[in-house]
Design a protein around this ligand. Structure first.
Ligand SMILES: Cc1cc2nc3c(=O)[nH]c(=O)nc-3n(C[C@H](O)[C@H](O)[C@H](O)COP(=O)(O)O)c2cc1C
Length: 190
């Protein structure tokens, strides 16, 4: 069982990083092989809408997204940890998702599986924001659900924390970290 954690925050060791680490710790405690990719350190240009991927379902741009395609293929569980920035995910997260247009092309233009259908992949979202309104997660949830749907990854759940702003503020909410740990255990149990 491989669990891929995609850390979406530009702030290393910030709130979403801490929650993701806890979730992965929970998954590892159940025997899962876990891996974290920090999207902000990857070189991923935005989708150029060149439609070149319509030919073979591959993106022609040879940047770090090529590694992510491989990791998505290999993962049994994909966990995206994304803070809310201006009501949506930060740019590195959105760039990575938009570059999955080549997987969209495989599915909807070429009529082939976006990722191999030999396994059923599960997806999970962690998000954190400073505001108190519930709606602040709506855009991120919508984007991630659409992304998972295209990639045929089942949206199995989410952990959303509002009113959490300062770096490390989530550490003052031990129940949040506990929930993340337990979510990781559950995901690894299948
Ligand atoms: C550019 C930017 C935009 C933000 N926009 C929002 C927002 O629209 N709504 C919100 O609730 N918090 C917003 N925040 C606050 C972050 O979501 C919050 O600080 C969160 O805890 C950051 O998580 P991290 O430590 O994992 O990066 C924004 C922060 C930044 C830097």
């Amino acid at each position: 069982m491989k669990v891929l954690g995609l850390a979406g925050s530009p702030r290393r060791n910030g709130n979403t990083d801490l929650l993701l680490a806890e979730l992965l710790k929970g998954a590892a405690s159940k025997g899962a092989e876990v891996k974290t990719i920090y999207l902000n350190t990857m070189k991923i240009i935005g989708c150029q809408h060149c439609d070149d991927c319509f030919k073979e379902g591959k993106c022609k741009f040879q940047d770090d997204m090529q590694q992510i395609y491989k990791e998505l293929e290999e993962a049994d569980v994909v966990v995206l940890a994304s803070p809310v920035q201006f009501f949506g995910p930060p740019a590195p997260v959105k760039a990575m998702i938009d570059r999955c247009q080549s997987l969209w092309a495989k599915k909807y233009i070429l009529k082939i599986a976006p990722l191999s259908r030999e396994k059923i992949r599960k997806g999970f979202l962690i998000s954190v924001g400073a505001m108190r309104m519930k709606e602040m997660f709506d855009a991120t949830i919508g984007i991630v659900k659409t992304w998972f749907h295209v990639l045929e990854i089942e949206y199995t759940g989410e952990l959303l924390f509002s009113k959490t702003d300062d770096k490390g503020a989530i550490l003052k909410q031990p129940e949040a970290l506990q929930k993340a740990y337990e979510a990781g255990q559950k995901l690894a149990e299948g």
